[in-house]
Write a new protein. Structure first.
Length: 279
């Protein structure tokens, strides 16, 4: 079975600065949401996947990591103390308890499932309760990164076409790239997490086939502020790349044309490069 990308977690120092940037890129953003454990976010939603842009707003509410307890808030606080960028990769989940048991059996995540609810503002301004259940997996060779599955308890209130209509023509998240000094070190973890049958090796590392998006782990120099591998870029598939380019030009967003894609640098895009690609 192939898992699909559910969402990416992007840690930023200032939520409204990041919102202004993403809206300049032509994305529609959701209203700000707040978690009971001290973080706040807004989303960039696609059909079946989304980008969660997040910061720590109430550090006094953070729950520390504990025995078999992975703290979402503490992980991102620790990440932001070093840098900003993508801190977590999330896969769609359908049975968080089953995922947790499977991760524990494979030795990649002996953590309690984490269940929570929050209010989600709808496009008409009303609020409804949405629920989530998470199962975490981590690897010692990637201390700054975390992975989990996410099971949504009320998807009909979460996914909204009004939030998926982007001026830049964005349709979906494509490939996510991890840079590692030695991709072979992480190979066993990803085989256990996503299935050895879904891993295909290449000259630079390997790619893992997913039901939505893709994960590439390749040889590359991680950020100098990191002690291990890092998420270096992700791609966004658009309906018309020429129209996307016109919008970036109009909004005076710097980019490079790289292999038939439009690349926003990691320095400009809060620590991770963004590649716009034609569908």
């Amino acid at each position: 079975m192939k898992l699909g990308i559910d969402h990416l977690v992007l840690c930023v120092p200032d939520l409204e600065e990041a919102r202004a940037f993403y809206e300049r890129l032509g994305f529609k953003t959701t209203p700000t949401g707040h978690h009971d454990w001290g973080t706040s976010n807004f989303l960039v939603q696609f059909d079946g996947a989304f980008l969660e842009v997040l910061t720590v707003t109430r550090p006094e509410l953070l729950m520390p990591h504990g025995d078999h307890f992975f703290s979402f808030g503490q992980h991102n606080q620790d990440f932001l103390s070093q840098r900003f960028g993508l801190s977590m990769l999330v896969f769609e989940g359908f049975d968080s308890r089953g995922d947790r048991d499977g991760f524990a059996e494979k030795g990649i995540g002996n953590y309690q499932p984490f269940d929570f609810t929050r209010q989600a503002k709808q496009p008409d301004g009303s609020s409804v309760e949405v629920s989530f259940s998470l199962a975490f997996a981590t690897d010692p060779s990637m201390p700054e990164l975390a992975f989990f599955t996410c099971h949504q308890g009320a998807p009909e209130y979460f996914w909204k076409p009004d939030y998926q209509n982007h001026a830049n023509g964005a349709l979906q998240i494509g490939d996510l790239v991890i840079n590692s000094n030695d991709p072979g070190v992480q190979k066993s973890f990803f085989e256990k997490l996503l299935g050895a049958e879904n891993l295909q090796e290449n000259d630079l590392g390997y790619k893992l086939a997913l039901s939505r998006g893709g994960l590439v782990v390749e040889q590359g120099q991680p950020s100098s502020s990191y002690s291990g591998p890092c998420f270096s870029s992700f791609s966004v598939v658009v309906s018309d790349l020429a129209e996307t380019q016109t919008l970036l030009n109009a909004n005076e967003v710097p980019y490079k044309v790289v292999d038939n894609s439009l690349q926003i640098s990691a320095d400009a895009a809060f620590g991770v490069a963004i590649n716009f690609e034609q569908s």
